[in-house]
Design a protein around this ligand. Structure first.
Ligand code: TRP
Length: 456
């Protein structure tokens, strides 16, 4: 790679540890995309001046050139290097809807993947170009999405807190990942409106999930406009954090594509030419494009895709009226055993994987394997291939109960310590808000909105 392209592509980390937690910034500035965080830093600092001494090297904060940062001074993390080194951040963002209680599908297909990712990839590492890469994980409870279908206000708070607690119980570690509630960061709704006005109707009309959900809901009268614009809110979730990677299930691929399309259209419409540069200059922000194009990290098929217990061909879902169709992560052992006892099987002999005529067998085996992550498929099939359904179900129920037990215990602990949970969500929201409001500000400038009147 040529030196020039390294310089233009290498992101720059700008870290400013300010005394107040709201002003604790950990910024990466990627010269192509992640401009808005500098914008935020500028915006925040302009409006709320803090002593320069507290910021450290101020020129580092606003530099748009490649720079080095002495990590020992600016980061709380233990970075395995004492000499100054180029660093960049990458952001991971994902979320699950807090509708009802979370089930095995949400857990195995999403949350556990986040935990794996967090544990495997959060440690700083040096990439091929010698740049130290740090990962920031943001995991969000998307309560604003939960109201896109009729919801019960009596239950929303509980299901939101319970989801957040389950993230933690499942192994999301607040020292490595930010956990927050979507509606606590108002930039989500605000950017969502801006993007609503940028997105053509017919892009949304193509969304498979909308068509599916709308069809199931019946008449268009009972379908809220929010269900239609749901993918735009999801795009806002992602774009606000300049997330480069978004772990989601296969069913969300289309929504990710939409988010990328929205980014391109937004940049095309608003981030070009001298007029854009002028607006940026006036607002005191660099002229970089507003958003980062996100990439989907599609969670592997197979064990991650959990199907209904009453129909091996449809996804395990919170909206299924029959609670026997799913195992909720918080179901007591007896309920789990009962559900497995009742779940749909077939009339074939033995247990086998991947026979297209036996979707239930495949699904139950997938679940059996997923709750025993240390065993190989061969080992498992060897154990169960000659069993009858009754025998296999017994093993399966035991394995699920055993796997969920520690999560349920941890969950109970977290829920009993409300102060702890609130602390995690407060920190999460504060960190999220810092990043999100910066991006929102950049989007406002790009679109030509008038600035907030300066404080006197
Ligand atoms: N639509 C996602 C789902 O149903 C949930 C979601 C909302 C999400 N916002 C997101 C996932 C942002 C990833 C990133 O699974």
């Amino acid at each position: 790679m040529k030196i020039t392209s390294i310089i233009t592509m290498a992101p720059i980390t700008i870290l400013a540890s300010l005394p107040r937690s709201v002003l604790s910034l950990a910024f990466t500035v990627n010269s192509r995309t992640n401009t808005s965080r500098i914008n935020a830093a500028k915006f925040i600092l302009r409006n709320r001046p803090v002593p320069v001494a507290a910021i450290g090297n101020r020129s580092q904060l606003f530099s748009t050139k490649a720079t080095t940062v002495d990590d020992s001074k600016t980061s709380e993390e233990n970075v395995p290097s004492t000499k100054p080194q180029k660093t960049r951040n990458r952001r991971i963002l994902s979320g699950v809807q807090p509708t009802g209680s979370l089930h095995l599908g949400n857990y195995l297909g999403a949350i556990r993947q986040w935990v794996d990712f967090q544990d495997r990839e959060t440690e700083p590492f040096v990439d091929d170009d010698g740049v130290l890469v740090k990962t920031e994980n943001y995991f969000c409870v998307v309560d604003l999405h939960a109201i896109t279908m009729p919801h019960d206000p009596k239950e929303l708070e509980e299901s939101t807190l319970s989801s957040a607690a389950l993230y933690l119980a499942a192994g999301i570690d607040p020292t490595k990942s930010k956990v927050f509630v979507q509606s606590h960061v108002s930039a989500h709704t605000e950017l969502s409106w801006l993007l609503n006005c940028v997105t053509p109707m017919n892009w949304l009309e193509r969304m498979i999930q909308f068509k599916d959900k709308a069809r199931k809901a019946g008449s268009t009268e009972s379908v809220g406009v929010g269900l239609f614009t749901y993918p735009i809110l999801m795009a806002a979730d992602i774009l606000l954090y300049q997330a480069d990677r978004v772990p989601v299930g296969e069913d969300q691929r289309q929504h990710l594509e939409l988010a990328r399309d929205i980014v391109r259209r937004f940049h095309d419409l608003y981030c070009k030419g001298n007029a854009f540069k002028k607006r940026c200059k006036k607002a005191g922000i660099p002229t970089y494009r507003t958003f980062t194009e996100p990439e989907a990290m599609i969670v592997s098929e197979g064990s991650a895709r959990v199907m209904s217990l009453t129909d091996g061909k449809s996804k395990m879902s919170k909206s299924d009226k029959d609670d026997n169709s799913r195992i909720n992560v918080l179901d007591p052992p007896k309920v789990i055993r009962d559900k497995i006892k009742k779940c749909k099987t077939d009339a074939f002999k033995g247990i086998e994987w991947d026979n297209p005529e036996r979707p239930e067998a495949t699904n139950l085996l997938d679940i059996y394997a997923a709750v025993q992550p240390n065993r190989s498929r061969e080992d498992i099939i060897e154990e169960v291939k000659d069993l009858n359904w009754g025998e296999f179900k017994q093993l399966l129920a035991d394995a699920i109960v055993k796997h969920l037990e520690p999560i349920q215990l941890k969950y109970k602990e977290v829920r009993e310590d409300e102060e702890y949970l609130m602390g995690v969500l407060r920190n999460g929201a504060s960190a999220a808000n810092e990043v999100a409001s910066a991006t929102l500000n950049a989007a406002r400038v790009a679109m030509g909105f008038t600035a907030y009147p300066a404080e006197r």
